[in-house]
Write a protein that binds this ligand. Structure first.
Ligand SMILES: *Cc1c(COP(=O)(O)O)cnc(C)c1O
Length: 240
């Protein structure tokens, strides 16, 4: 199967999930996670109609993104979805349009400073760990509904980041645990959606975006309100 065939299947599943949730498919942005795949493969995906790409490593992206951009006239948007070490923050604004993985106030400060230096405002999402898996990064927000101390910490972190001049906070992001049955990941998406509503209400800010859902659980994430889904294997096949 070609990338175009895979993409068609994904788009059909997106349409089905939207129909179940009574949402419009235009509310969902499909971010094709191209990590590990070479520029030729990304260019094939551009030909198939994809415009949003997600990468998770700064070094890899800093080589691939210019290579892809030099070979297409299509306007593409690049999404940083992986953990960023603070010292590499200055490399991000020139390369990426959106950062999904802001998981630390100090990182946010450095990203803001380099965005200002580059003369742009960077769209960002705040990453939360709502599942409790230790391997997942993100601001700790397990049990935020019940634990006032966690809520206070989360609110404080958000307020600090909202003041940074180089960043525009667009919403929240999370990673669900790897599960056999996507229903087992539903509570993670639901919890992030509820956290978005609570934050948006108490801080009086619009947080339009929810980045959640990967190959194994994007239909459920869409049912729970995802606006950005990050899909790798279902489009590109197994990673190299
Ligand atoms: C790799 C990755 C994805 C995509 O995973 P698939 O299972 O290939 O769809 C999504 N989000 C993040 C943060 C990733 O690192």
């Amino acid at each position: 199967m070609t990338i175009a065939d895979h993409l068609q299947q994904v788009q059909e599943r997106i349409a089905d999930a939207c129909a179940r949730a009574r949402r419009n498919a235009s509310e969902i942005t499909l971010v094709a996670v191209s990590k590990t795949h070479p520029p030729e493969v990304i260019l094939e995906a551009v030909k198939a109609g994809l415009q949003h790409f997600g990468e998770n490593r700064v070094e890899e992206a800093s080589i691939k993104i210019p290579q892809v951009m030099s070979q297409t006239d299509t306007t593409l948007r690049w999404h940083m979805i992986g953990h960023i070490q603070s010292r590499k923050a200055k490399l991000i604004p020139p390369l990426f349009d959106v950062v999904h993985s802001v998981d630390d106030v100090k990182l946010a400060e450095r990203l803001s400073a380099s965005a200002v230096e580059t003369g742009k405002t960077l769209d960002v999402l705040l990453q939360f760990n709502v599942s409790g898996e230790e391997t997942k990064s993100g601001f700790h927000a397990v049990n935020w509904e019940k634990d006032a101390a966690i809520r206070e910490q989360v609110w404080r972190n958000c307020q600090q980041i909202l003041q940074l001049p180089g960043l525009k906070v667009r919403g929240l992001m999370t990673m669900a645990p790897i599960v056999e049955d996507m229903e087992q990941a539903r509570h993670v998406s639901a919890s992030l959606a509820a956290l978005r509503s609570a934050l948006s209400e108490s801080l009086k800010i619009a947080l339009p975006d929810l980045s959640m859902g990967m190959t194994d659980d994007y239909p459920v994430a869409i049912e729970e309100g995802a606006t950005l889904i990050r899909v790798g294997r279902a489009i590109f096949g197994e990673r190299l």
